[in-house]
Design a protein around this ligand. Structure first.
Ligand code: SIN
Length: 512
């Protein structure tokens, strides 16, 4: 095994959180590990909406925090929301200073768009739906120019190194079949979410909760894993991953209709198309289940302006044979964002010494049970920077580590079975019977393939979803009514009940 002793910070993942952490760690040396080329394989570059921040006259960090807390259905940590929203405007300005070409008002301010559950227009956008790609391009340029960052491309995370005290001391990564043991003073996970555990996702499919699973196996506390957000309007043209029809379209007046052209959202929520994301996702799910179909009709609101106002959505629709200027867009909910993750403080510190987390794989507490639209790039920028600075301050404890544990990789056929089961049983609508069945299937896969991080991440979602016997935010239980008193989930994987599901496992074996 190749050995690399790096005395600074190793950052795993090159989405906005990872790149921001790497930049903020200066002047400390950073080793940036990424499997995909920069700009690929991360959700940040696919983000369409933009960055929510109180940048306009009359708006305030308090108002933004209030909307964030309301969307989170009782589980947002108010102090963390306040960090996010008060540091948000400067984070957007910093990205603009790097060259991110945010849309501007005639007087040079930031143009602000509206998205669901925001009390006012608050989204800083780029070219309609190009925010993620444009912001990432600017940040990637800065990273390439930064003298303190060394980029190691083509490396896949395969394990975390720990010392005898459990402190995380670096990673095991793999490139072209060769394993490398990389020790470092601090390790930052910025490995993204877990959309690839679901059959239909709006994120790169290679994001399978692997950082989350590895952190859990290393003994880190995981928070709120049951809260998975489903975007209501993935474009339903049979693609995996599914392209997104940004919520900004509804902000501009696009409406949801069934196959007969009838609007249905008013039956589900007084705010209709601008209801919270989880409400809209469930409404679309219900319409589709009832056989009525669901379509986003932007003919009136956008019409002929589609190609220049929403070029990304327009191109995706046209590639799928839909002309959104003259046809409603078929839509379906798809896995979009994981509110849960590795529990961190406001500087990205996890419960494991030496281990930090930022971005979607972290749970800072700002999203609660349901993330507010366009708060994710903002979280990546604000908490990515804080995490990079904190990780850079870690002293190097040397290179003595315990023998490394390389975790198994899930074979493709098992992954396909997992994705099917997760969508069926841990999707938009859940119940105890389905979740128990899912846990049994995950246990069967673990028995065959070992504790692959994707399976560990899936087990965290499923077990905590079963244990949360209420509906709250994005976690909807058809077999549970009113919400209980609000309480976040904090769990170690060693606390998860696994063996009690052996009866289900036996049933599955008997059926096979
Ligand atoms: C969207 O553009 O609808 C997605 C924005 C987000 O997920 O925050």
């Amino acid at each position: 095994m190749r050995r690399i002793a790096h005395h600074g910070v190793v950052v795993v993942g090159a989405g906005l959180a990872g790149l921001t952490a790497a930049l903020a760690a200066a002047p400390r040396k950073v080793l940036l590990l990424t499997e995909a080329p920069l700009g690929a394989g991360c959700s940040s570059a696919w983000a369409q909406g933009g960055m929510a921040a109180a940048l306009s006259e009359g708006d305030s960090a308090d108002d933004h925090a209030r909307d964030t807390i309301a969307a989170g259905a009782g589980l947002v940590d108010p102090a963390m929301a306040r960090v996010l929203t008060s540091e948000g405007p400067d984070a957007v300005r910093a990205l603009a200073a790097l060259g991110a070409p945010f849309d501007r008002t005639p007087d040079g301010g930031f143009a602000q768009g509206l998205e669901a559950a925001h009390g006012r227009p608050r989204i800083a956008r780029v070219g309609g739906d190009q925010a993620g790609a444009a912001i990432m391009a600017a940040v990637i340029d800065a990273v390439r120019e930064a003298g303190h960052i060394e980029i190691l491309g083509g490396y896949r995370l395969r394990g975390l190194l720990q010392d005898a005290n459990g402190r995380v001391r670096g990673v095991v990564a793999q490139r072209h079949g060769e394993l490398a043991k990389i020790t470092a003073a601090a390790t930052v996970l910025a490995t993204g979410g877990l959309g690839g555990l679901y059959q239909v996702t709006t994120t790169p499919a290679e994001l399978r909760g692997e950082g989350l699973g590895l952190a859990a196996l290393a003994g880190a506390v995981i928070a709120d894993p049951e809260f998975v957000q489903f975007h209501p309007t993935a474009i339903d043209i049979g693609r995996d991953p599914a392209p997104l029809a940004t919520e900004a379209l509804r902000g501009e007046g696009a409406v949801l209709v069934d196959a007969k052209g009838r609007r249905f959202m008013a039956r589900y929520h007084p705010d209709a198309e601008l209801a919270p994301r989880d409400v809209v996702a469930r409404a679309i799910h219900a319409e589709r289940e009832a056989g009525r179909g669901a379509f986003l009709d932007a003919r009136q609101a956008i019409g002929a302006n589609f190609p220049h106002e929403f070029p990304g959505v327009f191109a995706a629709c046209m590639a799928g044979g839909i002309d959104p200027r003259v046809q409603p867009i078929p839509v379906a909910p798809a896995c979009h964002y994981h509110m849960g993750g590795v529990a961190t403080d406001a500087d990205g510190r996890t419960s494991r010494a030496g281990l930090f987390a930022a971005g979607e794989c972290a749970a800072t507490g700002v999203h609660g049970a349901n993330r507010l639209a366009s708060n994710s790039l903002l979280e990546a920028a604000v908490f990515g920077a804080r995490t990079g600075r904190a990780a850079a301050a870690e002293a190097d404890p040397g290179t003595r580590v315990e023998p490394s544990q390389v975790v198994p990789v899930l074979p493709d056929t098992a992954l396909a079975a997992l994705r099917h089961a997760m969508s069926r049983d841990a999707g938009v609508v859940r119940d105890a019977q389905g979740l128990a069945r899912l846990i049994g299937e995950i246990a069967a896969l673990e028995a065959l393939h070992g504790p692959a991080p994707a399976l560990v991440a899936a087990r965290l979602v499923a077990v905590c979803a079963l244990q949360r016997t209420e509906s709250r935010g994005a976690h909807f239980r058809s077999d549970a009514g009113a919400t209980l008193s609000p309480a976040r989930t904090f769990v170690r994987v060693s606390d998860l009940p696994a063996l009690q599901f052996l009866p289900t496992l036996k049933f599955l074996k008997a059926a096979a």
